[in-house]
Design a protein around this ligand. Sequence first.
Ligand SMILES: C[S@@+](CC[C@H](N)C(=O)[O-])C[C@H]1O[C@@H](n2cnc3c(N)ncnc32)[C@H](O)[C@@H]1O
Length: 546
Amino acid sequence: MSSEFVHSVKVPRLYKVVAKIAREVRENGGSLKSLLYKQEHPNVSGIYSLCLNILQQEAQLDHLISKINLMVNEPRLDVWLAKALITELLWGKKTLKSNCKPVKTILSYEKQLKKELINIANEKLQPSIKTVKKARYVRINTLILQLKDGISHFQEEGWSLLPRCSSYKQHLNAVKSLKYPNFIQDFHIPELLVFPADTNFYDYPGYQNGEIILQDKASCLPTLLLNPRPESVVLDMCAAPGMKLSHLAAIMKNKGKVYAVEIDQSRYLTLCRQVEVADASCVKTINKDALTLKADELPNLEYILVDPSCSGSGMLDRKLIPNEEKSTPERLKKLQTFQVFLLRHALLNFPKVKRVVYSTCSIHPEENEQVVDEVLENVGNAYKLVPVRKLLKEDWLNFSSKEYKCSDNCLYAISDVDLCNGFFVAVFERNFKVPLPKYNKIGNSTVNEKKKGQDTKENQRKRNFKVPLPKYNKIGNSTVNEKKKGQDTKENQESNLKKNDQRNRKKRSIRKKATDNENVSPKRKANNKTVQNNNYMPAMKKRKKK
Ligand SMILES: C[S@@+](CC[C@H](N)C(=O)[O-])C[C@H]1O[C@@H](n2cnc3c(N)ncnc32)[C@H](O)[C@@H]1O
């Protein structure tokens, strides 16, 4: 076989992106999700799924590549591109549709690869990582497609809808034994359809068009529990990539307003694309730090979703990637500090808000019960925790630990039990009879009385609510709050405040320039390219009449 590669036909961009990300994760220890959002590729889920597959099958891939002498015979072939193409051929779509040279090369080894794969199975080579099965969830985006039309579409494709169950336990048993051609509506979220675990919908025209959204059940729970009524005003403090956001817009039937805030520039662009594709016209996207938001920027705000960055320890997919960042106690502590800050900001800075939902895709109490407990101390009786058990009419199985002050009032989704990602949700409801504690005074007595005397860096920050967390995205490394070394005297605090005010004013004017164009053409900027590249496929079924 020739070792000269003629690049007359381009390698499909998806495979190039997948190869680049997989290499970065494996060779430089990058985080799969962060790398994904930097790519600005419309098919985020497709790329994610293929990358995950490569990383999971890496032991077999290395074995196969060495058995067929691929890199010896084809020294100019990029090994990561080869891994991406082989993965697609053997475990993905099982076909490669392109005439580019690397694809032709891999196809010329197809027979050998398949033969060696059978040998691997016979040799009982252990897969890189044990595969964890969960159901495949498909949310019908009711902003575009009516639920009944979505269901009919799948039925016309040969799928058969099982009757809904009368209890959650029965439903879980039905999901556990789901097999093609059966699917079922979710017990709690009717617009969420549940299919057997291995079903793949990434190529579905309806997925490309935003008519269906591939969203795990766990990720729909916070929005289900926030449950804003249509015409209300909602803030999604940490919005990208926009899964919960588009569900919020659907719950509100695109009536009212949802402010979607995201600090990270590349994730913000993904968010704008998701808003456009999902047709979430009631959303206003804002690219800024949620900690700097003020009540008067968001008039009549009633509901807030706080879904901050977390360790992601509940995400089944993440558990499948060897060597991904681990939840060390130090990392959890830093995440917790940020989570407390953000939740407290949501609860104490927006006086008209009546409900706040806090959620994480973590199963660590450090990011869940401990955060809620700490913030409960600050809010006093101005907010109460609503027992989720009641909201879900007793039809839920796992709750927060009674060892904590929040007791069993919050929800846990446990993968093995609930057949979705691990998740935590707490619902706070405002008691308007009690005024909000004064939060923005230095030395505020409502903050963490217990820790008086221990003048830790964290306590200094807690007392000083006006000062935003420095460099949000460096959480998890040592740059956070480095500057506050030394004594925390009142003088120091006041001078810090002044410095921060000046810094904030400067930042605001820079950001204003950057975000002003968001008012001019918020979505076009991010989406035009995507929509054109997306090759809009034909719709699944009748579009919902507007
Ligand atoms: C767990 S993800 C949110 C997932 C999202 N709610 C969804 O359902 O698709 C957390 C997001 O918060 C963003 N973030 C972190 N700190 C932030 C801050 N201070 N202000 C706004 N966004 C922030 C991160 O960049 C990340 O995109």
